[in-house]
Design a binder for this molecule. Structure first.
Ligand code: K7E
Ligand code: CUA
Length: 674
């Protein structure tokens, strides 16, 4: 028996969380003996009370429910008692829901859905003037987009580790990036990439100088062309990598100080930023170095065949610090308003290099020490480990061959340190606090755990694989892509769930599986169904790093995080005629709207400002207005505005949508249009 059993039947006061996590035997002991020893605990506070749980009753329950010792251990490891909170926040992409999910780990309880690219009536997102402005800023050629396909969530970093201040996420379908402020867990900004319509990878540089966005499908720059021959694809289609300058003081991306590097149209995919010794570089893989185009454009094979012919694609190495210096020296042009380093210039200045990478690469992840880049190809059973030092030596030596665009290529053998045969369909790698690496195996539906070695190629070994259910995409581990992985858990983000949950029709839940990686053998602890689109990637952050506000300061405009000079003043509410429009100044409090009647003339343009004047935590009021398609959520201290034309005579109720008090149903009023 391993773990925390101290053998004398007394409470083991020195038990650490990790010691407990390692002890599958603990629950076995519990079931076998039904003893009163409180081995099962994650916090000092629950140590004494655990004695009540670990009794003969627990054994009876386990037997009645047919639970095995491992099940009981898993339950104890994930159970967070009512009133207690989790150790970690997991921020997961919401896939093509366009939103972000906040989940507690290890309980796997859903804490919040953050509306981002898609209007969401519960939060008033896309209904208030402020949120509409954010969505409008992400418009494509004037069309406001009301959906998104979120893939790669990224926390802001300081010194290569999450700092708990901001959070970024991409929209793959329209090449946009959103900024979420972790003070209030709300989206504040969406920027549209002016060069392309599709992106994929997003990462931050180690001090959040830049949010980096890789383009995905090959596109004519600026997408305005109908010349779609194979020759046009080669000549005029391009990829790009955009370095969005992040201004942490303002909490916004600054497009004026951002820049892009032009790339060959190889379908750049995921990317990661170098750290520590490799800081200053980004690593981006690609999947269509064949330059395959649809059959119709040249009569060749189907896209998926055409794009999988080569044994090798290219990992792109970009020296962003050098590119930044070029931009700052004023030596670059602009394309569609964005500073732009053309391919030829990038090659000439030594900004861009390539390294071959095995078949249909997908994941690229830099090790916590910054020394190695781990690449996995969907059609190759290995992860390939490139040495940053080896790459730099090969570049310094020169005499590199070039691709058809003139980009220098570091030879595969000169960059490669080791390959680990992990299994079929390796996709993405995370790093655990135990010093091991974890790679998802899509085809095997498994997680591989392997050891990190050194430059000599020694020490890179597969330890074990754990089956998961099913078709795993990304993995997420606490701070698992930083310089300081915390370990304890790995979450497998599975595409399919097949037989795991109660049937809910043909759209099956996605399955997030929590894995304990503290023991000799990994163990699946918990299955969490996601009742919406597929989360691709997630990041997990120590809760101690986040200090969210619980009540906005009075009169807060959440888009400036400052007092709104136009906030309605308590005691001076009313309806005011401003000539060409009507202004409504409204206060909200338990359990009334002031005013509770708003009279306007038919055809008036109405600017309606609302202020939740509450100062108590959690005293949220909603505002829904019949017929005018308006739903708002005002947390205490928040000010919002809406605008509409009162175009039909009639009586329209408005009411509070949050059950805020015993008189909540009475919190209503009438808009009278005469
Ligand atoms: Cu593999 Cu978009 Cu990172 Cu999906 S991506 S899994
Ligand atoms: Cu305010 Cu219900």
């Amino acid at each position: 028996m391993q773990g925390s059993e101290n053998g004398d039947g007394k409470p083991n006061a020195t038990i650490s969380r990790s010691a407990f996590m390692g002890g599958l035997g603990t629950a076995g002991a519990l079931l076998a003996t039904g003893c009163n020893t409180p081995q099962a605990t994650t916090a000092a506070a629950s140590r004494n009370s655990a004695a009540a749980v670990v009794s003969g009753d627990a054994r009876k329950i386990a037997q009645a429910r047919g639970l095995m010792p491992a099940d009981v251990a898993a339950a104890l490891k994930t159970y967070v008692p009512s009133g207690k909170t989790d150790d970690y926040y997991m921020f997961a992409s919401g896939g093509h829901s366009g939103q972000v999910l906040v989940i507690g780990v290890p309980s796997m309880r859903l804490l919040k859905v953050i509306p981002v690219f898609t209007p969401e009536s519960y939060g008033g997102w896309g209904y208030s003037s402020g949120s509409r402005d954010v969505l409008k800023a992400g418009a494509v050629d004037g069309t406001v987009i009301t959906h998104g396909d979120t893939h790669h969530p990224t926390f802001s970093e300081t010194g290569g580790d999450y700092d708990g201040r901001f959070f970024f996420i991409n929209d793959k379908v329209n090449a946009r990036v959103a900024v979420i402020d972790l003070r209030d867990f709300e989206c504040k900004q969406i920027v549209k990439n002016p060069l392309t319509l599709s992106n994929h990878g997003v990462c931050v540089t180690p001090n959040s100088e830049y949010v980096v966005e890789s383009s995905h499908y090959g596109m004519p720059v600026g997408w305005k062309t109908s010349d779609v021959t194979k020759e046009a694809y080669r000549k005029r289609f391009r990829g790009s990598q955009t370095y969005w300058k992040f201004d942490a003081a303002k909490g916004r991306i600054d497009p004026e100080r951002s820049f892009a590097v032009e790339l060959p149209p190889y379908w750049q995919d995921i990317l990661d930023a170098g750290k520590l010794g490799s800081n200053g570089w980004t690593f981006t893989n690609s999947i269509d170095t064949e330059l395959a185009v649809p059959e119709d454009w040249h009569g060749g094979p189907a896209m998926e065949v055409g794009a999988s012919q080569h044994d090798m694609d290219f990992l792109h190495l970009l020296n962003w610090k050098l590119a930044e210096r070029l931009v700052q020296s004023g030596g670059v042009s602009k394309v569609n308003g964005l500073a732009y380093i053309p391919l030829e210039q990038a090659v000439k200045e030594g900004v861009l290099y390539l390294v071959p990478e095995p078949k249909s690469p997908h994941g690229v992840d830099v090790t916590p020490d910054g020394k190695y880049v781990v690449v996995s190809g969907k059609l190759d059973p290995h992860v390939s480990i490139y040495g940053f030092t080896k790459i730099q030596q090969a570049i310094a030596k020169g005499h590199l061959r070039r691709d058809s665009y003139g980009v220098p290529i570091v030879a595969f053998e000169d960059a490669l340190v080791a390959q680990v045969k992990v299994g079929l369909g390796p996709l993405h790698t995370q790093f655990g606090g135990d010093g091991h690496a974890y790679t998802s195996l899509f085809l095997d539906s498994a997680v591989a755990r392997w050891t990190l070695g050194d430059d000599s190629g020694k020490g890179w070994n597969l330890l074990e694989t754990l089956p998961v259910q099913y078709n795993v995409g990304h993995l997420a581990a606490p701070h698992g892509d930083t310089v300081h992985p915390r370990g304890g858990y790995v979450v497998a983000l599975n595409k399919w769930s097949l037989d795991r949950f109660l049937p809910v029709g043909p759209f099956y839940p996605r399955n997030l599986q929590l894995i304990d990686n503290t023991g000799e053998k990994m163990q699946v602890l918990y299955d969490m169904p996601i009742g919406m689109a597929e989360p691709h990637y997630a990041q997990i952050i120590d809760t101690k790093l986040l200090k969210p506000i619980d009540v906005y300061p009075k009169n807060t405009d959440v888009f400036t995080m400052a007092a709104d000079p136009k906030a309605p003043v308590f005691g001076k509410e009313g309806t005011f005629d401003r000539g060409d429009h009507i202004v409504v100044e409204m206060s909200m409090m338990r359990s009334e709207f002031r005013p509770d009647v708003v009279r306007v003339k038919r055809g008036s343009r109405v600017v309606w400002r609302l202020n939740n004047v509450e100062t108590a935590k959690n005293a949220i009021h909603g505002f829904a207005l019949s017929k005018y398609n308006i739903s708002l959520s005002l947390e205490p201290g928040k000010v919002e505005a809406i605008e509409f034309v009162a175009d039909e005579p009639g009586v329209y109720p408005y009411y509070c949508t949050d059950f805020c008090s015993a008189l909540h149903l009475e919190m209503m009023g009438y808009l009278v249009v005469a």
